[in-house]
Design a protein around this ligand. Sequence first.
Ligand code: LUZ
Ligand code: MOS
Length: 751
Amino acid sequence: MKQNDIYFHARGESLFTDDLDDFPGLLHAAALPSPLAHGRIARLDVEAARRMPGVAAVFTAADIPGENQIGGIIPDEPLLADREVHFIGQPVALAAAATPLLARRALAAVELEIEELPAVLDPRQAAAENLLISPARTFACGDVEQAWPACSLVVAGRVDSGGQEHLYLETQAAVAVPGEKDTLRVISATQSPAVVQRITARVLGMPMSQVAVEVFRLGGAFGGKEDQATAWAVLAALAARRLRRPVKLVLNRGEDMRLTGKRHPYSSDFKIGLDGAGRILAYEVTYYQNAGAAADLSPAILERTLFHATNSYRIPNVKATGISCRTHLPPFTAFRGFGGPQAMFVLEAAIFQAAEKLGLDAAALQEKNLLSEGDGFPYGQKVKNCRARRCWDEAVSSFDLAGARARVRAFNVANALSKKGLALMPVCFGISFTSTHLNQAGALVHVYTDGSVSVSSGAVEMGQGVNNKILRVAARTLGISQARLRMESTCTQRVANTSPTAASTGADLNGRAVELACAEIRRRLLRLAAEKLSSADAAGLAIRSETVWLNGAATDLTWGKLVQAAYFGRVNLSAQAHYATPGIHFDRTREKGEPFAYHVFGTAIVEATIDGLRGTCTVDSVRAVHDAGSSLNPLADRGQAEGGIVQGVGWMTLEELLYSPKGRLLTDTLSTYKVPDIRTAPAEIDVRFLQDAPNPAAVMNSKAVGEPPFMYGIGAYFALLAAMRAFRPGQALPYAAPLTNEKVLAWLEEK
Ligand code: LUZ
Ligand code: MOS
């Protein structure tokens, strides 16, 4: 019980970054956001602000001791604006004061004059003006040009999808504490402690060894703290370093919604061609990614869009081009799915439109083109242990698709003012960071002389349950009760050079590293046990239930005695380990390789109802068969699947970011930005995991689970389109997410 975070969360005892207050002389920092999306700074005078009550200091770019640069992939993002501003909300100055309120009041006294320049908000306009983050990339296989003449049907169109606010419960937060001998400790609510450490060191001109970054837990992240926790941590660190006092920086909700990046909006053009039997012969697509004003993780996100261009389908001729477009909006960033959902939405829209032209249900085309064992992806990898068909078939049978279809048909015949629709959504998601070098992890395990165990890994706990999964791996590997194990905070001084806890790989990578460290300690202990038990070798020995077993029989050598003996025998009771995913590689000059350790599969069936008088949309049910391998924690995986589904449905049907023509976010409150709640979430969510589906490619035969279920939510869009179709046969349908109630009502009323 007490190994689970939930016990302490429920009692209000878990500490989040903003709860950490116990630092003598603690100051509070806040950043001055640029009021304009694009312009030249004509005057920036902080003298009056410095004289405001309670203010310790106000800093600008000129006060940065190292490099004013926080860009990770591309160095194109200053920490504090220098000469120009590029988006509304860009930090221009930093105040540190006795309270958060006094810091914000000081900022109001900063004298800032900006000569406004034209702002570009639309990715297609940016592309036309050659405002690109990086050169366009194309993934291709076969030859689409040769394939078109062989197609009996070719459909082309445009598809748009909107951005998405992460709305993690805990807003961005960090505390920086100066230490002796020129050191700095940064406690940050980040998914990427090593990135915060590296960028802090760069901006402050310090060696990384003098900057320790520690993470206790996050109140949710969803990708929003993979890259975008960094700026706030570094701002706190800058003030702490300059003032030699502890400094905390926490965004309030409105600031977090306005200032931080979100899921990338995409606008895409597609062309799809099918033969007479309904097989997809060719697919050509161009994605215009709205990257915002700086690269952030956009190139990596665009790369994953290209990897998932064909989702769970076999398509022999593909040409997929991605263009990352620089606009004057806050840099868009990682969000669950990392560009994959945007790609899958375009292909599903293409299939839906082709099915309409053929007078078929989209599911008939989806099923005909599902991936099977050994099929290739456009990037050259072949699918192994393919479970696309198995998930599809099990979803169709266990959720009685035929019965559901009959119910929907009967409902639509019986009701004139209300219509139902149904859609299937197959998902195939690649597991591994697409940047191969990130697929590594470290661990540090100590066994103490009383038999209790301390486990450190590079994983960041953000409510997804990764620590619990890792402790299960450690307990099983050591053969002891989980009650003996303690999961430590994530700290760059215990586990170095960690990759972000991201890409759904947290348990896969860090679980393996912890497994290796525990296996090393077990090997040493069993060698000692062999001596104690005068057994010839350690082969017949095992530790189970905290006891050493010899050839299948329990001995009287318990865990406690064994550990004591090891200490007095001067056996090392600590181990550090490193894991690197084997066999993966990718060649970006040819855009070919085997970037993924494996793929996650699943199929969802989504039903929705539209009230034709009010335009009110209801997602009635999302029922899925999902491949979680041999789960390390079925309850945690169910939570991930259900949460992902609700978030995906929200992205597709409710959550709409609106900007003024000058680039100001208009939907910056929860009254104007609608997220799923208990009324709008699907009434029924039923996720069934494939049984007997071990995954030899990940720790203890498990599978990554964080991101893939998000994409079941895409089915909600097409279930709603099917319901709309039942109202008005022949009327052109919209392919621009989110499909909000307003849009549906307008469509129903269209002349
Ligand atoms: N982060 C990253 C990710 O750096 N590379 C990835 O491939 C990825 N995929 C999903 C989420 N975050
Ligand atoms: Mo650490 S930063 O407490 O090992």
